[in-house]
Design a protein. Sequence first.
Lengths: 115, 115
Amino acid sequence: EPEVTQTPSHQVTQMGQEVILRCVPISNHLYFYWYRQILGQKVEFLVSFYNNEISEKSEIFDDQFSVERPDGSNFTLKIRSTKLEDSAMYFCASNVEQIGNQPQHFGDGTRLSIL
Amino acid sequence: AQSVTQPDIHITVSEGASLELRCNYSYGATPYLFWYVQSPGQGLQLLLKYFSGDTLVQGIKGFEAEFKRSQSSFNLRKPSVHWSDAAEYFCAVAFFKAAGNKLTFGGGTRVLVKP
């Protein structure tokens, strides 16, 4: 069964540095998402992306965050200047069409640790 | 405000015993409803989903869930748990939108299975 793949599985970064988290969604999927889960807390929506633009974003997704689909297969999340509070597990998800027909498929996540 | 509540943070159950995990949501209309499971160090795996129709839905790994509109609930059940069911379980909801649909998650219930 096709999977959403995320790299790296664990990223350690100094505070203030830029970090890029990478995702390869399932190949025929059209809708892409990032979520994060701070340790011990619930999974939170960050952003959704469709047709090469952001379709919705949460208040967490401020100017420090950006997303890109650079080459038709990868879907990246960039944090420009990381803060300690960005430490979390970041999940990428995708689905083929509106959720009424297909649920979101999640990757295994990237654990981001900010020092 | 829209919200999803999982009242039980932890549940301990003996192997072979039945399991029920509670989920309540607060929305203006009936959302799409999901249960995901997260094993340690892994991503979110879809157990089952409810979109419409029969209010008792069957999922993978022997799980089922029942949607009760009058109670705004979508409780997850399994008649006989296995040690491999030890994990964290998340209830999630979404609404249909034209360009992607964010999932809103509950806080999760961690299930421990005693031998």
